[in-house]
Design a protein around this ligand. Structure first.
Ligand code: ADP
Ligand code: MG
Length: 693
């Protein structure tokens, strides 16, 4: 239950005066539905009204707050002309200009013959000094109040700064005094204010430097947010560890059998990862491990060793893939390696029907099938395992934590191994997978050829086609990727279809097309034809993004490369350069390249180190965008910016460790304050894992 002290902050914004349902909707769009969301809606700029010049000294274009004598009203003679109010001081005159001004209101707020303070942007119209639509009008004794620095907030269509600022000021009046959750010595050392002072201060910037992520109040709040994130993840992890596990320790006969049949030896990184995984499985607590390795780093064989370890003890293993193409491919690879050793492997996707499917379900239930590879169909109702001990989840960012749990629920105390090719920078690792142990394959198998990457404008398509023709004559296989933008899937599909038709005109029936809207069986057929060489140019939308392994493919053309994210381009490019032949990647870009797009293509030309690319990507974009926040389950931060607050994240992680060592159930005084922090940042679920949550 949320503590009472936070109730006001989680009241709907409609409980603020001046915020009705219409405004609330707009506020919800920019900030969120609750009062607390307004507190986290930080200023993006400011208007400095402290400048108070005489009329003659007010430069055009600046915001000024001036004390003037109201000389005369000049009402508009026609609707299209402005209403003017002439004012003066001892140095000159200035016109206040109002289009569609209401005479009553103007006469009341600017009475002729009196002194008034006006604040707004000064402009010059010919010889005339003007202030069109002053932002504020007040009496002389309000000068000090009007000579303020006003925060400027990100807005949305229909929501004015005035209305939003008023709502935020209202929200700030609701701030409770919260117990301090940070270590007092640490606070002193950082010179951070308490929470309430920090919130008030981020909303009252006095200069540009107060808007920077390094500003003291912002850092304090960013730290609070990161601490809540780390603490929540650590609590989930501690909960996982407490779940009873089982010791799975095979006799290695299957693993050795498969290893000895491989045409290569494992890299050191692979051996280390296998060692870590087997140790987790052998322990009696539950495995919850992430295997991270760039495309082509050889994760499949590592996962297979883990699965064989389970099978050796008489249990079953399952591997979950995000797409049917991938499930198919994993099945082919794994069956080819494991079946000669006598292991029964089956494929289960949403596609199979009737008797065949029933046979697979029966054999999963009675344990005849030892390894099941499949899509989400694996965790659907009606799928029962005899004794599932290990779930391998490939390409985790397509699945949520929830699905992980569902598959794990198919067995008793199932160990979970997640594999991902997303080269998540260390800084993000903590926030995305802080609940998991991590094995990384940093080294790629030996003998890989570097990929020659070039960027070309799309209008040199003819040269590209000629190059592809030469490559095909030399026996190459070519991926040709057309971008798919979700908003207009149809149009993009049409573009891919057109391209396929055009290339068929040049290269004949060696050209295949694969896209996301195709039926599964048709997709498989095209992919199989490409793998066998029956098709040598594969025109594709981004369905080929993950995991596809055709070592003979050595050329990749990506149209409108500027529309893809860096990480995505890197994943795509990872489809080539897998065999012994030299590979070429051609990034074709459209006109009007933005600076960021330019920078992206440059990075790709310079490096194929997935981790460096990910760091650069993080620098060029926000963290959420990097992984696709919703898909990754990566928390989106309200205040913290990982590129600016990365070192705070590391501190928050260390702090979390200490906190939970001393007070694992957050029962002490600081512990109780930390519970408030968790609720404040809406990590309610984590609190439930506490014994007395
Ligand atoms: P990914 O990490 O992208 O899933 P895969 O497991 O599909 O990579 O491996 C990519 C390719 O590298 C496969 O063809 C695989 O057989 C091969 N491979 C894996 N490990 C090694 C190794 N140690 N030496 C040489 N080739 C390897
Ligand atoms: Mg893979």
């Amino acid at each position: 239950m949320r503590p009472e002290i936070l109730f006001r902050l989680f009241a709907p914004v409609t409980s603020l005066t001046g915020v009705g349902p219409r405004i609330a909707k707009l506020i919800e769009r920019v900030a969120g539905p609750h009062i607390v969301d307004l507190c986290w809606h930080l200023p993006s700029g400011l208007i400095d009204r402290r400048f108070a010049p005489k009329i003659i000294d007010a430069p055009a274009g600046t915001v000024a707050t001036m004390t003037v004598h109201v000389d005369q009203h000049l009402p508009a003679r026609t609707k299209r002309l402005p209403y003017k109010v002439i004012c003066s001081d001892e140095t000159g005159t200035m016109s206040l200009v109002f289009f569609h001004g209401h005479a009553d209101y103007l006469r009341k707020s600017l009475p002729e013959g009196e002194m008034r303070v006006v604040s707004g942007r000064v402009e010059r119209f010919g010889e005339e000094i003007q202030m069109p639509h002053p932002d504020h009008i007040g009496t002389v004794d309000e000068l000090a109040k009007l000579q303020s620095v006003e925060p400027v907030y990100p807005l949305t269509q229909g929501l004015s700064l005035k209305v939003l600022s008023k709502a935020i000021q209202g929200a700030l009046k609701q701030l409770p005094d919260l117990p301090e959750w940070n270590d007092p010595a640490f606070l002193r050392q950082q010179k951070w204010p308490d929470w309430k002072t920090a919130v008030l201060s981020v909303h009252a910037p006095e200069g540009e430097k107060d808007l920077l992520p390094e500003a003291i109040a912002r850092r304090r709040l960013a730290y609070d947010e990161l601490l809540a994130n780390q603490l929540a993840l650590a609590l989930v992890r501690a909960h996982m560890r407490r779940l009873p596990g089982r010791a799975i320790e095979g006799d290695k006969h299957l693993q050795n059998n498969v290893l000895s049949a491989l045409p290569f030896t494992l890299t050191e990184a692979q051996s280390t990862a296998i060692g870590e995984i087997l140790a987790d499985m052998a322990s009696t607590s539950r495995m919850h491990r992430l295997l991270q390795g760039d495309v082509g780093s050889g994760k499949t064989i590592v996962a297979l060793m883990a699965m064989l370890n389970a099978v050796e003890t008489g249990a079953q293993a399952a591997m979950l893939a995000p797409t049917e193409i991938l499930a198919h491919q994993h099945y082919d690879n794994i069956a080819a390696l494991a079946e000669p050793a006598g292991v029964r492997v089956a494929l289960l996707t949403g596609r199979g029907r009737g008797k065949e499917r029933q046979a697979i379900l029966d054999q999963l239930a009675d344990g005849t099938i030892q390894i099941a590879v499949g899509t989400h169909a694996l965790f659907q109702e009606g799928v029962e395992f005899d004794d599932l001990a290990l779930a391998v989840i490939d390409e985790q960012h397509r699945f949520g934590v929830h699905q992980r749990m569902l598959l794990a629920g198919k067995g008793k105390a199932v160990d979970v191994l997640v594999t991902t090719a997303t080269p998540i920078p260390r800084s993000l690792m903590l926030t995305a997978y802080g609940d998991m142990e991590v094995s990384r394959l940093l080294e790629k198998p030996a003998g890989r050829q570097p990929i020659d990457t070039r960027a070309l404008p799309l209008d040199r398509l003819n040269e590209v086609v000629a190059g592809v023709q030469r490559a095909l004559a030399g026996g190459a296989r070519v991926y040709w990727v057309c971008p798919l933008v979700e908003e207009s899937e149809k149009i993009d599909l049409a573009a891919a279809e057109d391209r396929a038709v055009q290339l068929r005109g040049l290269f004949g029936d060696k050209v295949g097309l694969v896209h996301g809207r195709m039926k599964g069986a048709d997709k498989d057929k095209v992919m199989a034809d490409f793998a066998s060489g029956a098709v040598s140019v594969l025109v594709a939308t981004t369905v080929i993004e993950v995991g596809v392994d055709v070592p003979e493919a050595t050329v990749m053309v990506i149209e409108h490369a500027e529309r893809f994210g860096l990480a995505q381009l890197h994943q795509l490019r990872g489809r080539i350069g897998r065999g012994t032949g030299r590979s070429t990647c051609l990034l074709l870009y459209g006109p009007h390249l933005t600076e960021t797009a330019h920078a992206r293509l440059k990075i790709l030309r310079e490096t194929d180190d997935g981790f460096r690319i990910a760091e650069e990507d993080l620098r060029l974009r926000g963290a959420g965008e990097l992984l696709g926040t919703r898909q990754s389950g990566l928390p989106e931060f309200r205040i913290a910016t990982l590129s600016a607050h990365g070192e705070l994240l590391a501190t928050a992680r260390d702090d979390t460790k200490l906190i939970l060592e001393r007070d694992p159930d957050l029962d002490g005084e600081r512990g109780k304050a930390l519970r408030v922090l968790l609720y404040l940042f809406e990590r309610d679920a984590a609190v439930r894992f506490l014994r007395s949550g």
